[in-house]
Ligand binder design. Structure first.
Ligand SMILES: Cc1cc2nc3c(=O)[nH]c(=O)nc-3n(C[C@H](O)[C@H](O)[C@H](O)COP(=O)(O)OP(=O)(O)OC[C@H]3O[C@@H](n4cnc5c(N)ncnc54)[C@H](O)[C@@H]3O)c2cc1C
Length: 270
């Protein structure tokens, strides 16, 4: 499949990317790893008038630990996150999740900023971002994760707004992310994450609705002393996942309770 015609410009700085986005108007799109955008263009589900390529922006490719936060530049690739010693030390669950995104080709090219801007409900990092109250930093503001994922493929980003960084609180405690899929490199049919923070648990789900889900009912039950099995029964509370070729809504809700139980149990036993 061949994409519709588009203009192409390579940005040399964040400032230049911003002014190119403004110049080309709201039909222009940022090109990062291209692993979500290019397939959509080839299917002509996206027909941007111009692509603003940010791949040369070294200033957006970094991992810093500062003031209790792990800060990742938007252009940090999945493979870098997967192998980063800083990430393994400060937020090992993020490195584990990165190692399960797609296959080698996807991990070599795909970026964390692209995952957030694209906001696919099956994206894996957004679940952790919601669980930990991460922040998306753009060229003009900071947006808490709980306000960022508004609907399927829908965020508060303006058409000419650039994601520059994603910032997570450091959380080196017990953790587990389980991705349920039919084949090794598939997207999650359902994913479940558990992370210990300050002696309590943060729990979340991937692909159980139009946005990532934080399982506050499970977190509350655990903090009140419920068994993991009993707490996990609350995982499907309020969920209304859509069905697809791989799973019905009922099956996804069943998976949510089973995977949340396994994720917390496996996090507890290391
Ligand atoms: C075969 C395959 C399997 C995959 N499996 C998984 C998986 O299991 N889990 C998972 O989470 N993901 C998966 N992905 C998606 C992958 O993680 C993509 O890399 C990611 O969704 C988009 O990142 P990108 O850098 O490729 O962005 P692009 O494709 O370049 O861009 C995606 C969208 O975000 C916008 N954008 C990108 N960067 C910015 C920015 N800095 N500021 C503003 N807007 C921006 C673009 O304009 C576009 O609209 C898979 C992809 C493929 C092709």
């Amino acid at each position: 499949m061949i994409p519709a015609a588009f203009e192409y410009a390579r940005a040399g700085s964040v400032q230049e990317a911003a002014s190119l986005l403004q110049k080309h108007g709201e039909d222009a799109k940022v090109l990062a790893g291209g692993h979500s955008l290019i397939p959509l263009m080839r299917l002509r589900l996206a027909q941007p008038s111009a692509l603003i390529d940010i791949n040369g922006l070294k200033e957006l490719d970094y991992i810093h630990v500062e003031g209790g936060r792990l800060r990742l530049g938007a252009l940090t690739r999945h493979v870098t996150i997967q192998h980063s010693a800083e990430v393994r030390q400060n937020l090992p669950l993020l490195a584990d999740i990165a190692s399960e995104v797609g296959d080698n080709q996807v991990r070599n090219m795909g970026t964390i900023g692209g995952v957030f801007a694209h906001a696919d409900s099956a994206g894996d990092y957004p679940t952790l971002a919601l669980m930990l109250d991460a922040e998306v930093v753009t060229d003009r503001r900071r947006i808490p994760a709980r306000e960022f994922f508004q609907d399927l493929f829908t965020t508060p980003l303006e058409a000419d707004e650039l994601v520059c960084e994603v910032s997570f609180p450091v959380a080196p405690g017990s953790h587990r992310y389980i991705k349920f899929r039919r084949r090794l490199f598939d997207w999650a049919i359902v994913g479940a994450g558990a992370q210990q923070v300050d002696g309590g648990w943060r729990v979340g789900l991937t692909n159980c609705g139009p946005t990532p889900v934080r399982c506050t009912a499970v977190e509350r039950a655990l903090s009140e002393g419920a068994s993991v099995a009993d707490a996990a029964e609350r995982a499907a509370d309020g969920l209304s996942p859509s069905g697809d070729l791989r799973a019905s809504p009922e099956y996804k809700k069943h998976l949510a309770t089973v995977l949340v139980r396994r994720a917390v149990e496996q996090a507890q036993t290391g």
